[in-house]
Design a binder for this molecule. Structure first.
Ligand SMILES: C[S@@+](CC[C@H](N)C(=O)[O-])C[C@H]1O[C@@H](n2cnc3c(N)ncnc32)[C@H](O)[C@@H]1O
Length: 220
């Protein structure tokens, strides 16, 4: 990872919100995603469920956690929660030796499949954070972004509140718009964190990028 503070801003062939976003979000919210769940994702949920049973604390998912820096920091700031960091990269998860603590757990999984499986099992999260998911900045890659993916409906079913951070203004605007379409109340703003929560956040801050935060909750 580039740690020198000269990370380039996201480069894209989009001028603003993707023209197909509206139709894609409406389609995904109208139809349940029945994509099969890989076995390794079922295994990852077994690990989470076991830890959840042991700790008996409200569950907070930290999706796309990378090395788990945010997971560890959130766990020490919120001892009454079980914080579970999820990332697909074994390499990133192994960057720091400890993958489990009193109130945190790091698991290798695929976020989108895990959200689907948790939603099917009606698992409820107390909170959900998604810090700097891959932007997929080419217009053709809209469906790989969290809000353009068929798993978006499952993501929304899991919790009544969530927070996403990104260094790409269009991603922030699209996510904000997709939430609003889904009847969520969403607030998008640039932030200067008093404590950096992730490795990418540190890199983007050093590089002078604007950091966008979306905080949202379900409309009651
Ligand atoms: C830009 S990095 C951000 C990591 C961390 N949140 C941070 O800010 O330092 C995006 C992370 O998402 C992970 N990732 C990408 N797609 C994923 C998926 N479908 N399921 C789980 N992890 C995924 C990558 O392995 C990578 O660690």
């Amino acid at each position: 990872m580039n740690s020198t503070g000269n990370s380039k801003p996201v480069s894209t062939n989009q001028n603003g919100i993707h023209k197909d976003l509206d139709a894609i979000v409406r389609k995904h919210c109208a139809h349940e995603d029945r994509t099969p769940i890989p076995t390794f994702v079922e295994d990852s949920l077994d690990l989470i469920t076991q830890k959840h049973r042991e700790t008996a604390r409200p569950l907070w998912l930290d999706s796309f956690c990378g090395t788990g820096m945010s997971t560890r920091l959130l766990a020490s700031a919120h001892p009454d929660y079980l914080i579970v960091g999820v990332d697909q990269s074994t390499h990133r998860l192994a960057a720091e030796p400890q993958t489990e603590g009193d109130n945190f757990l790091l698991v290798r999984s695929d976020c989108e499949s895990l959200w689907r499986l948790m939603a099917r099992q009606k698992i409820k999260l107390a909170h959900h954070t998604l810090f700097y998911p891959n932007p997929w900045p080419k217009a053709a890659h809209l469906k790989r972004r969290v809000h353009g993916n068929a798993s978006f409906q499952a993501l929304l079913a899991l919790s009544d509140q969530l927070e996403l951070r990104t260094n790409w203004n269009i991603y922030a605007s699209e996510f904000d718009y997709a939430l609003t379409l889904s009847n969520w109340i969403s607030q998008r703003q640039p932030i200067t964190p008093s404590q950096v929560l992730t490795r990418f956040e540190a890199k983007y801050s050093r590089s002078g990028h604007t950091l966008w935060q979306i905080k949202a909750h379900r409309q009651s």
